[in-house]
Design a protein around this ligand. Structure first.
Ligand code: ATP
Length: 244
């Protein structure tokens, strides 16, 4: 599919390895402004490694990682955050002994005083009223669903244009999963571009515009969400199946 717009994110020939383990190879990816793009694939396919490499959280090589026209390949995470990229990592990784408010402040800290302050707190907690109510509570005492909300909210504190969401529904009860997907739709409505890594294939293809299927660190299929949904049987063969 051709698109006249410039991509917000372009990844060319990404390669990630951990010692002798090659996690991602020859990966090309494009994300256009306002899109939700989902990365699908079985455990160990290289999805998290891809997000971490895009954000600069893991060592990687690539011909280019371009965000909004700038090659960010050699930039540290903080610089990428200032440009408007943010990651909500797999496993939430909230600071359990810090309060909700303190966790959120850390998310905004890299933007300096102009961002991540009270205005960002108000803006972000408008989406997550529970976090406003529990602002002084230790993060470790929140439920799993609330901690996931906190992880996403923390990523939003820097007012990103691109958010990388790694398995936001993992291990959550179905009603909480519904709430997380409603939240992703709200972020999309606000014009935030999203890359979504999900085990829940059906839900992510419902919400996404396009997707890439990874297996063994490579892209084995890509297309619009409708095309990937239609390729259901092939996807089942490739890994975990529609309905998952
Ligand atoms: P999952 O859904 O299980 O998180 P994934 O598709 O996100 O899987 P990655 O987590 O990126 O896949 O892992 C890709 C490969 O790299 C796997 O073989 C994994 O065991 C390996 N791997 C990931 N992180 C590390 C690490 N820090 N050290 C060594 N190997 C790693």
């Amino acid at each position: 599919m051709t698109d006249a717009r410039e991509p917000l994110l372009t990844v060319e020939q990404l390669h990630v390895s951990y010692g002798s383990i090659v996690a991602v190879r020859d990966l090309d990816l494009e994300v256009f402004p306002g899109e939700i793009v989902t990365l699908l694939g079985p455990n160990g396919a290289g999805k998290s490694s891809t997000l971490n490499a895009i954000m600069g959280c893991t060592r990687a090589s690539a011909n280019a990682i371009r965000f909004d026209g700038a090659d960010v390949r050699d930039e540290p995470v903080e610089r990428r955050v200032r440009r408007g990229m943010a990651l909500s990592p797999e496993g939430r990784q909230v600071f359990e002994n810090l309060t909700v408010m303190e966790n959120l402040r850390l998310g905004g800290a890299s933007q300096g005083k102009a961002h991540g302050g009270p205005a960002a707190f108000d803006e972000v907690t408008e989406l997550f009223p529970i976090l406003r109510d529990r602002r002084d509570q230790q993060a470790g005492t929140l439920s799993g669903g609330q901690q996931q909300q906190l992880a996403i909210a923390r990523a939003l504190m820097s007012r990103p244009r691109l958010v990388l969401l790694d398995e936001p529904s993992l291990g959550l009860a179905p009603t909480i999963v519904d709430a997380i997907f409603e939240l992703i739709a709200k972020l999309h409505d606000r014009g935030i571009t999203i890359v979504l890594v999900e085990q829940n294939v059906t839900r992510s293809l419902e919400i996404a515009d396009r997707g890439y299927v990874l297996e063994g660190g490579r892209v084995v299929m890509s297309g619009t969400a409708a095309e990937l949904h239609e390729a259901g049987d092939e996807l089942v063969g490739a890994y975990l199946g529609i309905g998952g």
